[in-house]
Design a protein around this ligand. Structure first.
Ligand SMILES: [Zn+2]
Length: 240
């Protein structure tokens, strides 16, 4: 067995010319997909589509926090100490969670990052960690602020059974009342127009520069995500 693998290794450079070798290595690199876009642009939905299509795991920072807190890992305990004080969890801790996650065997062929990086320092730390070891593909879902605000601020939910509705896209049969259980329909605090506007401001300041960052590295696709889920998915398919 040892002899055989030695032979394979020794023969490979003779069989494949240099350019083909490089191509073969390029193909075998894990594929890392980064989803950028404002809150409400549909990153999570499109990430789920890619999970199915490419059979790669989806990694979101929300899930990383939940997993590490639930399992009470050392890094989870560190995160908790900040959260209990009401402080922002520093990047170093988020990165520690992420790097240990992507070392797991299910990430060996690649993974889809949903909601990370959010800032240039995070992107730089990720680039430094990954180096040239992966094939990077970045999708930025482009939706105007006005559409995002309509999407999110139009969301209403049943106070009793949590059934989701939307004032214009998915209205209940009777205004203010749940079709399923007759419960009262309310707007979540996070979905109020002011909260959405504040989140969009943060996005434009902190995350929008990521497009330039990844654009300069030649791996960015701007995807028009202003219409429907299906049309957005079709554009992502084209890019792939
Ligand atoms: Zn209900």
């Amino acid at each position: 067995m040892k002899v055989l693998s030695f032979l394979t290794l020794a023969l490979l450079p003779l069989v494949l010319p240099g350019s083909l070798m490089a191509e073969a290595q390029e193909i075998s690199k894990p594929q890392v997909i980064i989803m950028l876009g404002a809150p409400g642009a549909g990153k999570g939905t499109q990430a789920l589509y890619l999970v199915e299509k490419l059979s790669l795991p989806q990694i979101s920072t929300g899930d990383l926090f939940r997993e590490n807190l639930k399992a009470n890992t050392p890094v989870g305990q560190k995160a908790k100490s900040y959260m209990e004080k009401g402080e922002l969890v520093p990047d170093s801790i988020v990165l520690e969670m992420l790097f240990s996650r992507i070392e797991r065997p299910d990430c060996k062929d690649g993974y889809i990052l949903d909601g990370f990086p959010r800032t240039i320092p995070q992107a730089e730390a990720l680039s430094k960690y990954l180096g040239e070891s992966v094939q990077l593909l970045v999708f930025s879902l482009e939706v105007s602020d006005a559409i995002i605000i309509e999407r999110i601020a139009g969301r209403i939910v049943c106070n009793t059974c949590a059934a989701p509705y939307h004032k214009t896209v998915l209205p209940p049969k009777k205004e203010g009342e749940c079709d399923r259980c007759g419960g009262k329909l309310i707007q979540r605090k996070d979905d109020s127009e002011q909260v959405v506007k504040d989140r969009l401001d943060i996005y434009h300041k902190q995350s929008e520069p990521l497009k330039e960052y990844y654009g300069a590295r030649g791996t960015l696709f701007l995807i028009d995500a202003a219409t429907s889920k299906e049309k957005t998915t079709a554009l992502i398919d084209q890019a792939l």
